[in-house]
Design a protein around this ligand. Structure first.
Ligand code: GLA
Length: 756
């Protein structure tokens, strides 16, 4: 039983396969105090860790120092304004103007499965099934504990929800707040999704930061006193900061040490914070950013937060990542494409930018289809009168000057070549120069009397409005039904400013950010319901909305607008810290690379793209012939290894981000019978020996045969080594022959050999 209640000590024990999470209820007032999170325990008698038998003691024993108790007790979900000066998780403004909250235990229940979070993306209980646990209790591999607490002075019920997975070391937490009617309206000014308590003076944190074309850089720091946080107030999870935080022992590394990872299943504003306070209590909080957030909760209504996933690993960052990968692959992504090899696509953005027509696209498709590419994606510039990025967003009708004969003609021609067809749209946006804006200027998010801030010469559509969402959906539907379109790239190229909605009204303007995000989710849900076989790829100016929320709707997300393979080594490392390789949009680019100006071997560009979804973004009719001739080999490589890359366990062996010389990652099949090792030597080496690479994740007792994939023959060379797993991991192998010149790569395939 993964959720246990021990009546004697009023303790709750939540067990995943290898971890335990515990808290208990103390004192007459029902304080909910954290006890433990870490390796799985068989003994549950650790209630002493709540520290209520030492000064300042609980209020029933020492009410004169209640404030001191409040300021150091390890609260499961800390309220506001009543003596706990660390950061809180929950504050309000009631009708009398008071902001204080307290969270006092009332009751609990244990539910089989995992209830849906209304209107929000969330993990689900059953693996590989897009169904609710409640309708399939027998396959339950997740149960949910709901703690109902109350804040009687405000007439609020606060429901803390913990869903505990039985097949992966993860716990999902979210919160619901219900107005039971003491006040007609309560303004929620902060409702975080979860708070976690730790104790100690020797933790590090990992946050991820970035910018356009440089997303998800790993930033590790020792946790000093005070509050340390990342957040977004941009209306999306953002390039700049990421809805993730890891708290780790300062000696932890890729394979060793305690690591706690927290990931927020949401695509809008967030805060992720670690705070070390006076007694070395460490509090980690995560949820919707309280900045510009104010939600009216009327009597009888309930507000539900998005969820936070926590993962504990006793064996470093690698194990944390593999837990997130398994959870997101099996319990979050719903798309039927999740377990399928994705069609190899060619996207025309960096091939043509806005300068294309039917003839050009068909010429790309003709050449691409001959080489084995399976899907043509027509990117930005096919609609309205869009010849650059300054117009037409919102005018989702075909520009027949470019696409002579219309969209259906083009799609049919591409289909005749044996290729699928995909399209780009940016449904959340409106250009000032568009028929839509001329007809409905009030559909843009803006503040009357202020000229809205322009970004990429566009505004954001007010998706808090049902009429705007309905119109947007109808336009998308029309396009998607007008031809055989099998893939959609959903882009979002600017962040929110000028928070004003023509319909929300003064009272509710603080709901705009969250309602916007709910609006995006509603649209994507409608889309995948109406078009269940559409392959959806989310995108936001590259990877500004690469978050778990989006993965609920699309199995893949465009990782970054920078396709330079050297830059991608860092971006992929940061992204794969949390997200499975199967979700990372990755293309072979043209050279010199449009972002960095760097020229890298075509072969290496392919190796790096292989660690994601794999595709091309170049003018295949114009690239050097030698590169073009390599495409069929790369396609064979993809078909040979993608099943493994998509479904295997990811191990990071060397980090170019850290060592500035070389990178190495490995994917091992779940049964450990097969592995693929990718080595990229970024900087050429002079007068060094071959590099010693110690492999990871293999079965020490299995014997493996090692072969190199040869791009010239498009096949594996003869076996160059046969060794047992223990030797491969503990002694290592010498990787030879890729050190003369820069940016060289090597793929090594391992297969178990059965000895008779
Ligand atoms: C964004 C995307 C690119 C491309 C352009 C088109 O930047 O990330 O891949 O689609 O928009 O304008």
């Amino acid at each position: 039983m993964p959720i246990t209640y021990l009546d004697k000590t009023k303790t709750f024990k939540l067990d995943t396969p290898n971890t335990t999470y515990m808290f208990r209820i103390v004192d007459d007032e029902g304080f909910i105090l954290h006890l433990y999170y870490g390796r799985r325990l068989t003994d549950e008698n650790i209630d002493d860790l709540a520290r209520i038998e030492e000064p300042p003691f609980v209020p029933s024993k020492n009410n004169r120092d209640r404030g001191s108790f409040m300021d150091c007790a390890p609260f499961e979900y800390p309220g506001h304004g009543l003596g706990d000066y660390r950061d809180d998780a929950f504050s309000v403004i009631n009708e009398e103007g008071y902001s204080a909250t307290s969270i006092n235990y009332k009751s609990y229940k244990i539910l089989p499965g995992k209830p849906k979070l209304p209107g929000l993306p969330a993990t689900f209980a059953n693996t590989n099934k897009n169904i609710e646990q409640s309708s399939d209790k027998q396959n339950s591999i997740c149960n949910t504990l709901e703690i109902t607490a109350e804040d009687s002075a405000n007439g609020l019920e606060i429901i803390l929800s913990y869903s505990v997975f039985e097949d992966v070391d993860a716990i999902a937490r979210s919160v619901r707040v219900r107005n039971t009617g003491k006040y007609q309206n309560i303004k929620l000014t902060k409702v975080l999704s979860a708070s976690y308590e730790f104790y100690g003076d020797d933790y590090d944190t990992i946050f991820m930061h970035g910018t356009w074309a440089r997303e998800r850089n790993i930033d590790r720091e020792h946790l000093g006193y005070g509050k340390h946080y990342v957040s977004s107030t941009r209306g999306e999870s953002s390039h700049q900061e990421h809805p993730f935080i890891a708290l780790l022992s300062s000696d932890a590394n890729e394979d060793y040490g305690d690591v706690y990872g927290f990931s927020f299943v949401y695509s809008g504003n967030f805060i992720a914070q670690a705070e070390r306070s006076q007694f070395d209590n460490v509090r980690v909080t995560m949820g919707i950013s309280p900045v510009d957030f104010c939600w009216n909760l009327k009597a009888g209504e309930e507000f539900c937060t998005p969820e936070v996933i926590s993962v504990y690993s006793d064996a470093g960052l690698g194990k944390m990542s593999r837990n997130f990968h398994d959870l997101y692959r099996n319990h979050l992504i719903r798309s039927p494409y999740k377990d399928m090899k994705r069609p190899i696509l060619i996207n025309n953005w960096e091939a043509t930018y806005f300068n294309f027509d039917t003839e050009k696209l068909i010429s790309i498709a003709q050449k691409a289809s001959q080489l084995g590419i399976e899907l043509l994606v027509m990117d930005d510039g096919w609609f309205g009168h869009r010849d650059n990025d300054s117009s037409s967003l919102g005018d989702w009708y075909v520009n027949e000057n470019k696409l002579k004969g219309g969209l259906k003609y083009l799609v049919d021609e591409v289909n005749k070549l044996g290729m699928k067809f995909g399209i780009w749209m940016e449904p959340e946006m409106i250009s000032p120069d568009s028929d839509l804006y001329r007809a409905h200027p009030d559909w843009a998010i803006q503040i009357p009397g202020r000229t809205p801030v322009m970004s990429r010469e566009q505004y954001v559509l007010d998706l808090t409005r049902q009429d705007v969402r309905d119109y947007t959906f109808s336009q998308m539907e029309k396009i998607l039904k007008s031809a055989n379109i099998e893939y959609l790239k959903w882009d979002m190229n600017r962040q929110l400013t000028d928070l004003g909605s023509a319909l929300l009204g003064a009272e509710s303007m603080g709901e705009l950010y969250h309602r916007y995000c709910l609006g995006v989710y509603e649209l994507q849900e409608r889309l995948i319901t109406e078009f269940p076989n559409l392959l959806l790829e989310n995108c936001s100016g590259g990877g500004a909305r690469f978050d778990p929320g989006m993965l609920y709707y699309s199995p893949q997300i465009w990782t970054s607008d920078d396709m330079d393979p050297v830059e991608r080594l860092k971006i992929h490392e940061g992204t794969a810290l949390v997200y499975p390789l199967s979700t990372m949009g990755a293309h072979v680019c043209d050279c010199p690379n449009h972002s960095t100006g760097r020229t890298t071997p075509f072969e290496t560009r392919g190796y790096v793209a292989l660690s994601g979804t794999f595709g091309y973004e170049l003018d295949v009719t114009r690239i050097p012939e030698a590169d073009r001739n390599m495409i069929p080999s790369q396609i064979k490589m993809y078909h040979r290894y993608n099943d493994l890359v998509r479904s295997g366990d990811y191990y990071r062996v060397a980090s170019y981000r850290e060592n500035h010389e070389w990178d190495c990652w490995e994917v091992v099949s779940k049964d450990k019978s097969e592995a693929l090792v990718t080595v990229i030597n970024v900087i050429g080496r002079v007068n060094y020996k071959s590099r010693l690479v110690k492999l990871k994740g293999l079965d020490p007792d299995k014997i493996y045969s090692l072969k190199v994939f040869n791009m010239e023959t498009a096949a594996e060379d003869e076996e160059f080594l046969r060794l047992r797993g223990d030797a491969l991991m503990y002694a290592g192998i010498n990787v030879k022959g890729i050190y003369h010149g820069d940016f060289k790569g090597r793929l090594i395939h391992l297969n178990e050999v059965t000895v008779q």
